[in-house]
Design a protein around this ligand. Structure first.
Ligand SMILES: Nc1nc2c(ncn2[C@@H]2O[C@H](COP(=O)(O)OP(=O)(O)OP(=O)(O)O)[C@@H](O)[C@H]2O)c(=O)[nH]1
Ligand SMILES: [Mg+2]
Length: 227
């Protein structure tokens, strides 16, 4: 099973500080359909979702960069698997968006296989974030992707993007809609997020951080809590 916790040091993050101070960003590997996937040694966090949902924008927000990852209002901007090395501590993996109408069926199938190969084979993949637009009911493709991630041994963390585009009063209703359509379990994690206001950023970082925290520190905490 792939759901592992790591026990390595989290350089770049102070104790109790959930958000990494990103000082070094490098687009280290770009994979096309036929490329060999890299065998990275650092933990990887992948971002999946339909084209135009905001994967690259979220990655920029997490990196505190305006436009390091290329974004566009034209769907289909990211058509490669991009590995961003962050502080030489972890990787963000920007996956190509699905459901992009202009791509041929054959190309879509090839990408599907490539993404599946990545999900299956990456020894370092810790968490898969599945992005859906908070304004809309998830599509069949979103539901398929959600199930597919589970089938590959991960518990997807759902990020509901473009939070700034709805009224506060609609948030709970839209989150429920997303949960119901995806068939999320009660304990499944859903984080509303906006690349405009950065709301949700800390929560996402805290989750990733939990996979980087040194094991000894966790043990100390639980022992302390008993006293
Ligand atoms: N208002 C608002 N716009 C957003 C948000 N996130 C993304 N966008 C916009 O949505 C469009 C698509 O964003 P991208 O980050 O390029 O989307 P992507 O998922 O990487 O798209 P592909 O690379 O085509 O798969 C851009 O015009 C972004 O500015 C958000 O939280 N709020
Ligand atoms: Mg993109």
């Amino acid at each position: 099973m792939k759901r592992r916790l790591v026990s390595q040091n989290s350089s770049g993050v102070g104790k109790g500080d959930e958000t990494m101070n990103v000082t070094k960003v490098n687009l280290e590997t770009v994979c096309g359909i036929t490329s060999k996937l890299p065998e990275n040694q650092l933990p990887e966090f992948a971002f999946a979702g339909k084209s135009n949902v905001g994967k690259s924008s979220l990655i920029n927000a997490l990196m505190n960069r305006k436009s390091y990852a290329r974004t566009s209002s034209q769907p289909g901007k990211t058509q490669t698997i991009n590995f961003y090395n962050i502080n030489e501590v972890l990787y963000f993996v920007d996956l190509p968006g699905y459901g992009y109408a202009k791509v041929s069926q054959q190309t879509r199938e090839k990408w599907g296989k490539m993404i599946e190969r990545y999900l299956r084979r990456s020894a370092q993949l810790k968490l898969v974030f599945l992005l859906v637009d908070i304004r809309h009911e998830p599509s069949e493709n979103d539901c398929d992707m959600y199930q597919w991630v589970i089938a590959n041994g991960f518990s997807p963390v759902v990020i509901a993007t473009k939070l700034d585009k709805i009224n506060r009063s609609q948030i709970a209703k839209q989150c429920k809609l997303v949960r119901t359509k995806l068939g999320m379990e009660k304990e499944g994690v859903l984080i509303p997020f906006s690349a405009e206001t950065k709301q949700g950023r800390e929560e996402i970082w805290a989750l990733m951080e939990s996979f980087l925290a040194p094991a000894e520190e966790t043990m100390e905490c639980s022992e302390g809590a008993k006293e």
